[in-house]
Write a protein that binds this ligand. Structure first.
Ligand code: IPT
Length: 1000
């Protein structure tokens, strides 16, 4: 059996690693992406008998005996993680190891799962060699067949195979038993930031191979873009020394035979393909190579097949070239994660992910931080995604014991490191989608990495080696970093050291909660500097596990929710999409910044536009282009611009046909352009929008002439006062100002109340995950509990029906000096509007403000809003380019964005005006002077601040309305740079003006 405390022994009796395939018996079958339906394959998915032990030491001398005794035997689904099926509990950890660091030793209290099932072989499998394949088992396992020990393996995310033939009964029933150890020395190499889950979490299957067969088929490709010639070099390794006769056939995507020939396993095959269609993520053209093995009489034995994409990757002039052209990687980091099954992700889930990625313009994925399921690679080949394939290796927790590189530099661990490099390359090398090999993540840097890199370069010189923690060491072909600041990235682009290698950002834009800010600044640099070859957002999906509350609501659990200690709380909730794959607004912003076409300029005089085709290979021929001109939301003109194959990557200048317009004076006018697919693709329907942009061509003062009265009948405001209030009213409206607080306590239109709580100053927001550091200062300074005190409220004028009231006071927190001096002027104007001017002067505060503005609570019948400003989705000062200025309408309940950990959300920036309405309530408007941010929540700010899960948020009928001068931007500070200075609401004086009025 395995020694689970010996890193020098990664596997026992396992078959050598090889390119992943499943054999067939029929040449007519097109090769599916995940061919488990083959008659030569038997999936062992389903319910297995299961015994869960507290320790590997509790295993009997002969573990096989366990199932013969009448013990307490449970059941478990394979594939699956045992913690999600009632055995043990999930634990979420980032850097900290879940066990003491004493390599290679593991605790005695090491949960061990013993799996058992019976199966019979089909008659047609008689006289074959039967191989059992494990696609993923965490963290180590031993296999027994019919009471015989077969072998064992470590490395959770790598494939292991064993020959079962000697132990099988080909007629009767067979028994397979697998002993899985939660921890082993291998677990020291798997300290990735993720849920720590265990068991047989990917498929187990048997394949039947003829007695003589191909063990490995290595297909190396090349593509000469100057002559459009592809080269295919294939080598075969067989299970015995005698050459095996072969028939080899290459077909193109339409099934046309490119060549078909006889060959022999001991002679490498080399073919040139003239007029070859190359593979790129934009043009994922796949050929299929069928290899049929024959017996000595020339009769077919079996067929194996591979999808082949012809391509050439080079590093030249500090750039990454694919088929001769520099490319940019617009990527995300991707953990395999499902909210119900954890590490077990179904083919449907993988398809859903890849479709979503393609629909949002993502062209690259870093398999962070382990080798993925075979189907994922097949999908990436087929849909077109560039993969950074990373092996299952991270030792991050060693930084807590003072030496990040302890294992990476230790000769005792060299074999384990090499094993993980070897098995990754062996199983995945035939996939066109892989552009780099990555040595893992966060394991310091040491000699063992040097050996891995050497090994990989030797066996596959066609792909560069990546490893972030190697910095600028010679072991890597790409310099890669995490979470650089904008200025660091700029410097890397300028490359003062003249490093000949390209520069890659393997993680940035930490998408935790309401995040990330400043995608604009990153992408402007990446587009500008050729050396910057791209960046991957951290990360794709929120890793929250579904939990159903007693009330039947769904909530998502994160670290600590299972009583898992230690834990890293919600640091696993960093996705651009939620666990159910619903996009967060950050995904829309990413989609915008990495879109394949952008608008550089619109010349309204000449009716011409300048575009940037940012595809690396495609012309714009496959797109339709529509443009519109809108004045404050009203359509003035529209047109379609024909696109064709002459519109190649780079700058393009085009004339807009039939776009003859005169701009309406004084109206804000926007030119907007939309690019849609002409025909459907694997991931999206025809007319799916791939790119959009807008440019303001005429600024107008949107609200300037707004009035609720006609000019000949100006409003006449009357004032009355009592002990508590000043009341200002006309025929239609009444306002009540509290003499003590200075707030507007009530606003009635046609006697109906608009507010149910006073309109008061507010500087607090429920901290976002990115506010994690600054929120400590905010709380220390009492920004969450500041009150207005020592106010003076005075009527300063009352002439010709116009009334002015001045409120002056300080904003302060008990036990501290005042935060700010504030002056408010309420001017009741002849045109029926109430104008509110805020003058804010900070006093004893050094920190930025979360926000600055007003807060009130509306009557519950205000259930709808229309606004002219950015939308329809949420935006913040440093994440707003994808939210276009237009007329938008929404239900108030839909303005809330449910981040997994509740926090500030739903802000809309650059709002010129906002109309609030509903059934049986007088519609009212808020007008900006010139603009404001707004948000509406059906829960209180205190509730939002304190809630840790969505089921702790109490949604109420009467919505809270926030009207802000601005909010501090989002940044990426939960694990990355702070909000850029220009997006912070620094403590300096501010003036803010809004106007309120009834409307129709
Ligand atoms: C970086 C890790 O590579 C990644 O796995 C994840 O933990 C991410 O951070 C944070 O969510 S490492 C960090 C110390 C920069």
């Amino acid at each position: 059996m395995l020694d689970i405390e010996d890193p020098g022994q990664p596997q026992v009796n396992a078959l050598p690693g090889h390119t992943w395939f499943i054999p067939f018996d029929d040449l007519n079958t097109p090769i599916p992406l995940f061919p488990i339906d083959s008659s030569r394959c038997m999936l062992l998915n389903g319910q297995w008998d299961f015994i869960y032990l507290d320790s590997h030491k509790a295993l009997p001398q002969k573990p096989q005996d366990l199932f013969l005794r009448n013990g307490c035997i449970g059941v478990i689904d394979v594939p699956g993680c045992w913690e999600l099926q009632g055995y043990g509990r999930p634990q979420y950890l980032n850097i900290t190891y879940p066990f003491p660091i004493d390599p290679p030793f593991v605790p005695d209290a090491n949960p061990t799962g013993v799996y058992h099932r019976r199966f019979s072989l089909p008659a047609s499998w008689h006289d074959t060699q039967i191989v059992v394949t494990f696609l993923g088992v965490s963290s180590a396992f031993d296999v027994f067949c019919n009471d015989h020990y077969v072998g064992g393996a470590k490395a959770s995310h790598l494939t292991s195979e064993f020959n079962l033939t000697p132990y099988l009964d080909s007629i009767g029933e067979n028994r397979l038993m697998v002993v899985v150890y939660q921890w082993s020395d291998g677990a020291y190499l798997e300290d990735q930031d993720m849920w720590r889950l265990h068991g047989i979490f990917r498929e187990v299957y048997l394949t039947a191979r003829p007695r003589r067969h191909i063990l490995d088929a290595i297909i190396d490709v090349d593509y000469d873009h100057l002559h459009s010639v592809g080269t295919l070099n294939a080598r075969f390794i067989t299970n015995d020394d005698r050459p095996l006769p072969l028939r080899v056939m290459l077909c193109d995507q339409a099934g046309k035979i490119i060549f078909s020939m006889s060959a022999e396993s001991h002679s490498p095959l080399s073919k040139e393909i003239p007029d070859c269609q190359p593979w790129t993520a934009e043009t994922p053209f796949l050929y299929t190579l069928f290899i049929e093995t024959l017996d000595d009489d020339g009769l077919p034995l079996e067929i194996i097949g591979f999808h082949v994409g012809f391509k050439r990757i080079q590093i030249r002039d500090q750039q990454l070239l694919l088929n001769g052209r520099p490319i940019k990687l617009k990527g995300v980091n991707h953990h395999e994660f499902d909210p119900d099954t954890g590490w077990t992700i179904s083919p449907t889930r993988m398809e859903q992910d890849i479709r979503l990625m393609k629909r949002h313009n993502i062209n690259a994925v870093r398999n962070s931080h382990y080798v993925n399921h075979p189907y994922w690679y097949a999908l990436c080949d087929r849909y077109g995604l560039y993969l950074i394939d990373e092996t299952d290796l991270e030792t991050h927790g060693f930084e807590f014991v003072g030496n990040r590189s302890a294992l990476s530099d230790s000769p005792d661990w060299k074999e384990a490191y090499l094993d993980r490099a070897r098995r990754m390359v062996a199983q995945n090398r035939n996939h066109p989608s892989i552009v780099f090999w990555s040595l893992g993540n966060e394991a310091g840097f040491g000699e063992n990495h040097v050996s891995m890199a050497e090994y990989i370069r030797n066996v596959d010189p066609s792909r560069p080696v990546h490893y972030e923690s190697a910095g600028t060491e010679a072991a890597v072909d790409i310099v890669s970093v995490m979470y650089p600041s904008i200025s660091e990235l700029k410097k890397a682009g300028e490359n003062p050291e003249s490093d000949p290698r390209p520069f890659f950002v393997c993680e940035y834009a930490h998408a935790m909660g309401n995040s990330p800010g400043s995608l604009r600044e990153y992408w402007e640099l990446i587009y500008k500097y050729p050396r910057l070859i791209g960046a991957c957002v951290w990360d794709w999906v929120d890793q929250g596990l579904r939990h159903r509350t007693l009330e039947g609501e769904t909530t998502f659990y994160y670290g600590g929710d299972y009583g898992d200690n230690p834990n890293d709380a919600n640091f696993c909730i960093n996705g651009l999409i939620n666990p159910d794959r619903e996009p967060h607004p950050g995904l829309y912003e990413l989609e915008y910044w990495i879109q394949p076409v952008s608008l550089l300029e619109y010349d309204s005089q000449a009716n011409r536009i300048r575009l940037q085709n940012r595809y690396d290979f495609l012309s714009l021929e496959h797109l339709q282009c529509f443009c519109t001109l809108k004045a404050e939301g009203t359509l003035l003109a529209e047109s379609e611009i024909p696109l064709d194959s002459s519109h190649q990557p780079g700058e393009i200048s085009l004339t807009i046909p039939g776009f003859d317009i005169t701009l309406p004076p004084d109206k804000e006018t926007w030119f907007e352009i939309v690019f849609k697919q002409k025909t459907s693709t694997l991931w999206a329907e025809a007319s799916h929008v791939v790119a959009r942009d807008q440019i303001c061509i005429q600024e107008g003062v949107v609200n300037r002439k707004y009035s609720v009265t006609t000019n000949d009948q100006p409003c006449s405001w009357q004032v009355s006062e009592n002990e508590h209030r000043i009341i200002v009213e006309d025929e239609q409206q009444a306002f009540e100002i509290d003499r003590i607080t200075g707030w507007i306590d009530a606003w009635r239109v046609n006697r109906a109340p608009v507010f149910i709580e006073p309109l008061c100053l507010n500087i607090w927001r429920a901290p976002t995950d990115n506010d994690v550091h600054i929120a400590k200062e905010w709380l220390y300074d009492g920004l969450d509990r500041a009150i207005f005190f020592r106010n003076q409220v005075e009527l300063i004028s009352n002439n010709d029906g116009c009334v002015s009231i001045r409120v002056e006071g300080k904003l302060a927190t008990a036990g501290d000096q005042p935060i700010a001096h504030c002056e408010l002027i309420y001017s009741f104007l002849q045109n029926g509007l109430l104008e509110i001017d805020l003058n804010f002067v900070p006093m004893h505060i050094n920190t930025r403000l979360p926000r600055l503005g007003f807060k009130t609570r509306l009557h519950q019948d205000y259930q709808r809003v229309t606004w002219y400003g950015r939308g329809p989705h949420e935006s913040y000062s440093d994440r707003k380019d994808s939210a276009f200025v237009d007329l938008h309408t929404a239900k108030t309940v839909d303005l809330f964005h449910p981040y997994i950990m509740p926090q500030e959300n739903g802000n809309r920036t650059d709002t010129r005006w906002l109309k609030l309405y509903g059934n049986d309530v007088p519609p009212v408007r808020v007008l900006g002077g010139p603009s404001f941010d707004f948000s509406i929540h059906h829960c209180s700010l205190t509730n939002l601040t304190n809630a840790r899960h969505i089921d702790e948020v109490t949604f109420q009928a009467d919505p809270w309305l926030y009207i802000d001068l601005a909010q501090t931007g989002l940044g990426s500070n939960s694990c990355g740079p702070d909000t850029l200075l220009q997006y912070r609401l620094e403590p300096r004086p501010y003036q803010f003006k809004i106007r309120l009025c009834p409307c129709s």
